[in-house]
Design a protein around this ligand. Sequence first.
Ligand code: DGL
Length: 257
Amino acid sequence: MSKDLPIGFFDSGIGGLSMLAAVMKRLPYERFVYFGDSAHAPYGTKSEQEVRELTMSAVQFLTKRGIKALVVACNTATSAGIGALRDRYDFPVIGIEPALKLAHDTRKEGLILVLATPLTVASEKYHSLFEQYGEHAITLPSPGLMDFVEREEMNSPALQQYLSDLFEPYKDQSIDAVVLGCTHYLFLKDAIASCLPKYTRLLDSNDGVARQLIRKLTEQNLLSDAKDAGYVDIISTGKAEKERQLHRILKVAQSLF
Ligand code: DGL
């Protein structure tokens, strides 16, 4: 395996760019290839079988181009297909799961609310995570929430309405943390925070994923030796406009994360 190959990133659309931006900051000399499966988004309201097949074909595409490691920058695809990917490929495969353990381990008092797609929260993987760390948590499947991000509606009245309906049942309770269990939701941080008390923490998994990726690359001696700035190739299964959107949103993500 050559250390000059790029690191592959994969998501159903825009969401994984938040994680790519976080990783690029830590690994400025690496090359990246980002695959956004916009033509088939959203994943979170599809069946596990469908998402597993979409994930496999996206990753096959990336491996044909050549990658030295893969980040599945999508909680939904990770919950549906990470096992099959790890069985098939021998390069490092890093997945993402909602940061419920972090929320549990750092909780002071009050509720933990987990926002994630319907498919993520229905998965076996999530059930076992919840069994271990869900004592004070409530799961809020959020169908349709990622679509606001894909439409770049990060602060519309319709989004505000969606969020206030979602949090309404908990308005009289203390909410210690909200777990952003879908990579798209990182782009909605401000809108989500505006519906919650100031003390509520918004938690994501970007830091853990970046550290895990660096650990695996280091262990397998796959970190690039390059000393010139790395770059990103972006591929979208959607129309040309979607690919342009991914380039544009990556710049936004780099200024945010
Ligand atoms: N960004 C994805 C996640 O982290 C999935 C969004 C979707 O396609 O429904 O779960």
